[in-house]
Design a protein around this ligand. Structure first.
Ligand code: HEC
Length: 280
């Protein structure tokens, strides 16, 4: 009798606990707290080749998704859907899109949306949160908007206007590789942007300067380079570095004809950088 009661309690607890847990990932609370920039990255990497989000944007291979969370599946005007979507008969919700992206073929068999693989579990919450914002389903603030506001207040120093950018660039190492296949140049070097506007490097006689212009571009010049014409100038939007990341290679640019400059960020920098522009 006692054991039966215990078993019953366990079963009841399991029956209550499991569905509650399963739903919890996509509460509005969790969606609201999700990472907008990661969601944006996933959308750009996995969806934007075939879908636009903004109101009045056109259909590409897939339908424009503005307003999709108020809409019955497969009913957007002017787009020719498969029978699988036309006959689905439900309104898109975060849970439904989550289930579809986890199993694109199994959830709506016979649909026309050919994506090479399911969207990974860890990416879906951020992606769906981003889509809720960008299709007009919710009016949560975009982090980019906050970032843009901070940029406007020109009276403040860059360390306050772009704190994460500043901390990332002024205390770490930029890892570069200058590659010119035509001239046979393959030149790796490190640069250290300093708060006083100078740039130290790990190459003798090579150093530089940086400044942030009124369009919020970070512009820098390097001189004494043992490659190319011996110097280079380049600008990039501060916003491009808004998310601090570390990797040997994060971007490439073309500072001169035939040159590909590979750039990355490495944590920390040598102590001598505090007092010198290049090693002796
Ligand atoms: C290769 C092109 C392609 C890619 C990539 C793609 N889609 Fe689609 N999508 C489609 C097509 C085509 C349809 C229409 C499917 C049908 O009619 O069966 C569609 C339909 C949809 C719909 C249904 C819209 C409605 O009004 O019912 C949603 C939502 C959607 N896609 C979201 C996404 C998301 C999110 C991603 C990224 C993870 C993505 N799609 C990636 C092509 C694509």
């Amino acid at each position: 009798m006692h054991r039966m009661k215990k078993l019953f309690t366990v079963l009841l607890f399991t029956a209550l606990a499991v569905p509650a847990l399963a739903q919890e990932t996509l509460t509005m609370e969790a969606l609201r707290a999700a990472d907008y920039m990661k969601g944006k990255q996933t959308f750009q990497g996995r969806c934007s080749a075939c879908h636009t989000l903004a109101d009045d944007s056109g259909d590409i291979t897939g339908p424009n998704l503005w307003g999709m969370f108020d809409r019955v599946v497969g009913t957007k005007e002017g787009y020719y859907f498969s029978d699988a979507l036309v006959n689905a008969g439900f309104v898109w919700s975060p849970d439904k899109i989550d289930a579809w992206l986890a199993d694109p073929e199994g959830y709506l068999p016979g649909n026309f949306m050919r994506i090479p693989e399911a969207v990974a579990d860890r990416d879906r919450l951020n992606l769906i949160s981003f889509m809720l914002i960008e299709t007009g389903a919710v009016d949560w603030p975009r982090p980019e908007t906050n970032f843009a506001n901070a940029q406007q207040d020109m009276s403040k120093p860059p360390s306050e206007r772009f704190p994460s950018f500043w901390n990332h660039l002024m205390f770490n190492t930029v890892n570069y590789r200058w590659e010119n296949g035509v001239a046979g140049e393959d030149f790796p070097f490190e640069a250290y942007n300093k708060a006083d506007g100078t740039i130290a490097t790990n190459v003798e006689n090579m150093f530089g300067f940086w400044y942030i212009n009124d369009k919020n571009f970070f512009c820098y010049a390097l001189t004494g380079m043992p490659v190319g014409v011996g110097h280079m100038v380049e600008c990039f939007p501060v916003a491009a570095m808004a998310i601090p990341r570390f990797a040997d290679e994060l971007w490439t640019s073309k500072p001169q004809p035939d040159v590909i400059l590979h750039g990355g960020m490495l944590p920390g920098r040598p102590d001598w950088v505090e007092t010198r522009l290049y090693p002796e």
